[in-house]
Design a protein around this ligand. Structure first.
Ligand SMILES: Cc1cc2nc3c(=O)[nH]c(=O)nc-3n(C[C@H](O)[C@H](O)[C@H](O)COP(=O)(O)OP(=O)(O)OC[C@H]3O[C@@H](n4cnc5c(N)ncnc54)[C@H](O)[C@@H]3O)c2cc1C
Ligand code: FES
Ligand code: FES
Length: 498
């Protein structure tokens, strides 16, 4: 059993054990290593000032895949066998790299506090574009566009420069001169080192706390069974915020990072559900976004406004479900598609229907020794109309005030099947059978949906909180039914917030 975390930081090996392992990467960089280029502002994933590139072994196990993440919500125990590249590590032969140079040339910084984060986010885009032919993140030959620059920067806030200069800098990056991270550092040495370590189990202990990285499901289940109140960490985008801002100090933490067989997406056929996407619990939202883009564009649109690239590079679908928030963005879709969650414990694997997964506010149908291992997501059929809605105060990087998923089958202008689910209207995501009954068997016309909207208003009892008032949520639930009707004939997809 290994008792130290193996990291490379800007190409230098680091072995971290004891209490040092229980801190966010941003603190380790700034306070322990004096690498203060990485800034911390919000410490909860919202501003991007702490962004660093992180390289992990890709699915081939022979190369490193680099993505930008928020280092304030990436704790070191999650990052075993990772290469962190900070803003200090971007120089090429002592010179600013083309992204940094472009920020200088286009006056992309004033106080400069946000600048390292913007530079890292842009480097993430530049790196993906440079390896588009081999890494399948973009179609081969993908050009730099303003939309891509803006998308890559949705997780970064600037208080003083204004975004125009920064976007201009992004558009002017000299991609010809940009060296991908794989060629900037000794990739073969780092890969060899990670391969020698990655299959070793890791247990770090300090001050009565322990962090465990199992490499088999059996040892994960045993650790859960043997320890009290274990906090499972996948991407850490919820857990780490709770640690930074809500005084969560878990005695026992178990990271899923080294569990094999949970990082793939495959398609399976089901006799009753047709085509089903099987999504491993370690699949990040960014990987899912790419896989689902053409298969379920409605869900791709939801993922597009989900957090930021940095959040989606770390966060997982499994974490979103297990967090149990009634305003999480993926559960309504999974509910209406009758998805199933596979959980595995010492007794083996079992599947739980989404409708049975939540027992109350943040209460899951999981036994003590179980963790989520896969999600089985049936895909919409050609004759079904699916619409997903996220209502939030701003488009990107915002938590929903209200969500809805509506799936309807219409034959000969009659509604023959309907599934309607709302989020943000109670302690758990809520299926509304009353509304479904108000639709099924009726003519697919405006009056039916107007009547169903009135039923929706009666079927829920939302509360007023910081995100929305009770009345606003009631109005949304009613009006979303007519919105669905108006959009049901449309070819193009439409988000409530677009
Ligand atoms: C800035 C910011 C923006 C965000 N934006 C959005 C948004 O737009 N929409 C949205 O829905 N959410 C959003 N979130 C919340 C969060 O990113 C998502 O819920 C994410 O999907 C969580 O995944 P994770 O892997 O990071 O979970 P983690 O933080 O690792 O875990 C979350 C919960 O799931 C449990 N868990 C994790 N993996 C497993 C497993 N395999 N088995 C059992 N339990 C497990 C953990 O113990 C914890 O309770 C945002 C968060 C931040 C910080
Ligand atoms: S400090 Fe704001 S995202 Fe990390
Ligand atoms: S340059 Fe000052 S916050 Fe962006």
């Amino acid at each position: 059993m290994r008792d130290y975390i193996l990291l490379y930081i800007n190409g230098q090996e680091q072995r971290i054990s004891g209490a040092q392992a229980f801190q966010p990467a941003s603190d380790y960089l700034r306070l322990d290593l004096g690498k203060c280029g990485t800034k911390v502002v919000c410490a909860e994933g919202d501003c991007g000032a702490c962004s660093v590139m992180i390289g992990k072994l890709d699915s081939s196990g022979q190369k490193l895949d680099y993505v930008p993440v928020n280092s304030c919500i990436q704790y070191l125990y999650q990052l075993d066998c990772s290469h962190l590249v900070t803003v200090e590590g971007l120089r090429v032969e002592g010179q600013l790299n083309p992204v940094q140079q472009s920020m200088v040339d286009h006056n992309g910084a004033q106080c400069g506090y946000c600048t390292p984060g913007f530079v890292i986010a842009m480097c993430g885009l530049a790196n993906d574009l440079k390896c588009a032919d081999s890494c399948a993140k973009f179609p081969a030959g993908q050009k730099l566009t303003e939309e891509l620059v803006k998308d890559s920067l949705t997780g970064n806030l600037c208080r003083c420069t204004g975004y125009e200069a920064i976007i201009n800098a992004g558009m002017a990056m000299d991609l010809e001169r940009f060296k991908p991270f794989a060629s900037l550092y000794n990739e073969s040495e780092i890969v060899a080192s990670f391969k020698a370590h990655v299959s070793q189990e890791l247990l770090v202990e300090a001050d009565g706390r322990k962090a465990f990285n199992p490499t088999t499901l059996a040892s994960a289940n045993k650790f859960l069974a043997d320890n009290e109140k274990v906090v499972i960490v996948s991407g850490g985008t919820d857990v780490s915020v709770n640690m930074n801002k809500r005084d969560l100090v878990p005695k026992a933490i178990m990271s899923t990072a080294a569990l094999p067989g949970l990082d793939d997406i495959t398609m399976v056929e089901s006799a009753d559900k047709g085509e089903v996407m099987s999504i491993g619990a370690r699949v990040t939202l960014r990987q899912l976004e790419r896989a689902i883009k053409d298969l379920v564009p409605e869900f791709y649109d939801i993922l597009w406004v989900y957090g930021s690239p940095q959040i989606r590079h770390a966060g997982t679908l499994a974490g979103n479900l297990a967090n149990g928030s009634p305003i999480a963005d993926s559960p309504p879709f999974l509910f209406v598609m009758d998805a199933e969650v596979e959980v595995t414990g010492q007794a083996g694997a079992r599947r739980i229907a989404m409708a049975d997964f939540y027992k109350g506010y943040k209460l899951l149908s999981l036994k003590k020794d179980e963790l989520i291992t896969r999600i089985f997501l049936p895909l919409p059929k050609a004759d079904e109309i699916l619409r997903l809605y996220k209502v939030s105060r701003r488009q990107h990087l915002d938590i929903s005030a209200f969500t809805a998923a509506i799936r309807v089958t219409v034959k000969d202008n009659k509604i023959v099947a309907a599934r309607v689910v709302f989020g943000g209207v109670g302690p758990v995501v809520k299926s509304v059978p009353e509304v479904e009954h108000a639709l099924i068997g009726k003519v697919h016309e405006l009056a039916t949906y107007e009547a169903a909207g009135k039923v929706a208003r009666e079927a829920i009892a939302p509360i007023t909180d910081v995100r929305a008032s009770k009345d606003y949520r009631l109005t949304l639930a009613e009006n979303i039914m007519t919105k669905f009707y108006y959009e049901s004939g449309a070819k193009e997809r439409a988000l409530a917030c677009r």
